[in-house]
Design a protein around this ligand. Structure first.
Ligand SMILES: Cc1cc2nc3c(=O)[nH]c(=O)nc-3n(C[C@H](O)[C@H](O)[C@H](O)COP(=O)(O)OP(=O)(O)OC[C@H]3O[C@@H](n4cnc5c(N)ncnc54)[C@H](O)[C@@H]3O)c2cc1C
Length: 606
């Protein structure tokens, strides 16, 4: 079974040479301690933890899965010990506020950690990942009392958290939530209802689990305007911040699912459980969505991670496995056949994986700088700054989440393909990566919902195309600076063409949607994918610029590293970016080709 090796060289190239994180951190109040030496030390230590502790649990965790007995969930063998190591290393508090026991480092440091953990073992990383979502909600919307009660044990990792939104009748359309919350005379609420698909709903990793639950108050308005948010702890905390009585919330069953089997996906039954209102009445959805952008970047990692892991394993295999001779003549004459890596079509698959993993990573690190500014705004109570960066990030998050998770699936499937029939056999681990990553386009908002959010809300409704104009202006400014360097001119010219086209497409869809409302939905997926390919092209151009700078002025890596970056950028522009034009053409086609067949005529059965 192969193991995960953290791509530290690529990570450092992006952090130092492409995005100048040292300068970025120096500009942040929370970046005071994120000096290059400390960042390096944290990356190395995190890589060691992921490679030595998490990666070896990846395959056995899939084989064993979680078990439920008497309402209590047990995680696979080794998970509790690895989680204890995680807690002892202080990893949960890396980017959490110091006042609650965290290390107060910038949010992006948490993302780097999450990327390595998620690539080594996505199922494991979901337990602390969900806790982070709950911590953020309490931090932003909790009363001082609630923060004092919950945030320290959660930051230390002694308590975990969940996000309980989905119910049997609704996942996307949360306006249909039925779970009820009845006010009690002591100011608490009795929460009753069933939530399904709840990640980390129960487990044996922590002393307590803090559920953040969407529910309705009596007589609340119908739909999304009548939903409130509640804290429902598994054990009701005592005044001494200890673990008190067992609350009336239990895991009724574990979902049997395709992948991420070591992550407990629970049906949670709330039966008059004691809950505490968090945030204003009937504004639960707004509160829940405040930090959704960061959560969605977190899920976008599940596009990059599998592409990286599957690529690492497929590359090793392609160097070892032999099949026939290369068309251009023998490459390994001492062997019976040449290795797979000498065949152009195998290289197509490998380089697609590499371009997705490294291009996607660049997209994440670019967005993570915006997240740092946004979090700093919220933490300092600077609403204007928080809103400004939330908007910038808000435009990129559906692209990151939707596009990268779709491409993550493609990369994981290509990894299987490189292994041939062996890719389909469990012992090699390639089919597990494909199964595990399949969920990423579904939860935290499906690709379709990301696409609607991008085109319908962020581009057409709220900014009338302004979000595209702003972002493409940034790309065009960058491209214009590099027209004179012959090595970079092809990238710059292509980017200038694409920025003009992106604006034109937006205007055309805006006009078409005025006559036909279905256009917003019918064009949205292609618009999202087009946006993704152009954004990734921008990221590959930025990497090409950094690589040429390092070649000219010297860098920490070998010439081969920088030349490979340039060659991968060429590959991306010549073989993957042309797909953007197919999406452009498809998005402009009429909604009629989707809507004209009646629901009754969709199938010819019976
Ligand atoms: C393993 C796993 C873990 C999960 N973890 C959690 C968790 O921790 N907490 C939690 O609350 N939930 C969780 N979920 C639930 C998950 O977020 C939802 O399943 C997801 O949001 C989709 O909702 P749905 O399943 O109800 O699909 P639906 O909303 O029924 O959607 C079905 C299809 O219709 C499309 N669609 C729906 N509405 C529209 C529209 N208006 N326009 C165009 N297309 C539309 C969707 O894109 C999708 O393709 C998890 C799910 C799984 C499988």
């Amino acid at each position: 079974m192969p193991v995960y090796k953290a791509p530290l060289r690529d990570m450092k190239f992006l952090l130092n040479d492409v995005f100048d994180y040292p300068k970025h951190y120096a500009s942040l109040a929370s970046g005071e301690n994120a000096t290059p030496d400390i960042v390096d030390a944290i990356l190395s230590e995190c890589a060691r933890f992921c490679e030595e502790q998490l990666s070896p649990l990846y395959q056995p965790g899939d084989e064993e899965g979680c078990t439920l007995k008497d309402g209590e969930v047990t995680t696979p063998k080794g998970y509790k010990e690895a989680y204890n190591q995680y807690v002892m290393g202080g990893w949960q508090g890396l980017s959490a506020p110091e006042e609650f026991g965290g290390q107060g480092l910038p949010a992006s440091m948490g993302l780097l950690k999450q990327e390595m953990m998620g690539t080594a073992n996505w199922s494991f990383s979901m337990y602390p990942g969900l806790s982070m979502g709950a911590m953020n909600t309490i931090f932003l919307h909790g009363t001082d009392d609630q923060k004092d009660t919950y945030l320290t044990p959660m930051t230390e990792g002694r308590w975990a958290g969940t996000m309980c939104l989905t119910e049997p009748q609704c996942g996307t359309d949360l306006g249909q939530v039925k779970t009820k919350a009845e006010p009690q005379t002591d100011g608490t609420y009795k929460v009753t209802g069933t939530k399904i698909f709840i990640s980390s709903g129960d487990h044996d990793l922590t002393e307590n689990i803090i559920h953040i639950v969407l529910a309705r108050l009596p007589n609340a308005p119908k739909g999304t305007r009548g939903i409130s948010l509640f804290i429902v702890p598994k054990f009701v905390p005592t005044a001494e911040v200890g673990v008190g009585e067992r609350n009336a919330v239990v895991c009724g069953s574990l979902e049997k699912k395709m992948g991420i089997k070591a992550s407990a996906t629970c049906v949670m039954n709330f039966d008059g459980a004691t809950g505490y209102l968090i945030g204003p009445e009937n504004e639960g959805l707004e509160c829940m969505f405040t930090f959704m952008n960061t959560a969605r970047i977190g899920t976008a990692i599940q596009g990059v991670g599998p592409a990286e892991l599957s690529y690492q394993w497929a590359l090793d295999y392609a160097k070892e496995r032999r099949s026939m001779r290369a068309l251009s003549g023998k490459k390994d004459p001492d062997y019976v056949a040449d290795s797979l890596i000498h065949h152009a079509d195998v290289r197509r698959m490998l380089l697609t994986q590499k371009a997705i993993a490294e291009g996607g990573r660049a997209m994440l690190y670019d967005a993570a700088r915006l997240a740092d500014h946004m979090v700093e705004g919220y933490s300092a109570g600077d609403e204007k700054k928080a809103a400004k960066y939330d908007d910038k990030l808000g435009f990129l998050t559906p692209i990151l989440k939707g596009f990268l998770t779709e491409l993550g699936n493609e990369a994981a499937n290509l990894g299987m393909q490189v292994f041939g029939g062996h890719g389909y056999i469990r012992e090699h681990g390639m089919e597990q990566i494909a199964r595990d990553t399949r969920i990423a386009t579904l939860y935290e908002g499906t690709t379709g919902i990301q696409a609607l959010d991008l085109l319908g809300r962020k581009v057409l409704l709220t900014t009338k195309g302004g979000a595209v104009r702003d972002f493409t202006a940034r790309i065009a400014n960058f491209a214009r600076k590099h027209l004179t360097d012959s090595r970079l001119r092809p990238f710059a010219l292509e980017l200038l063409k694409l920025t003009a086209q992106w604006n034109l497409l937006t205007m055309r869809i805006m006009f078409a949607a005025r006559k036909d409302r279905d256009v917003v939905s019918s064009a949205s997926y292609d618009f999202l994918m087009y946006s993704g390919y152009v954004t990734m092209a921008y990221m590959w151009a930025r990497q090409a610029v950094a690589a040429t700078n390092c070649l000219d002025k010297g860098g920490n890596e070998s010439e081969a590293f920088y030349n490979t970056k340039l060659a991968t950028a060429d590959f991306y522009y010549e073989r993957l970016l042309p797909r953007a034009q197919a999406h452009a053409s498809s998005m402009l086609s009429s909604s009629k080709n989707l809507m004209q067949i009646s629901a009754d005529d969709m199938a010819f059965t019976g």
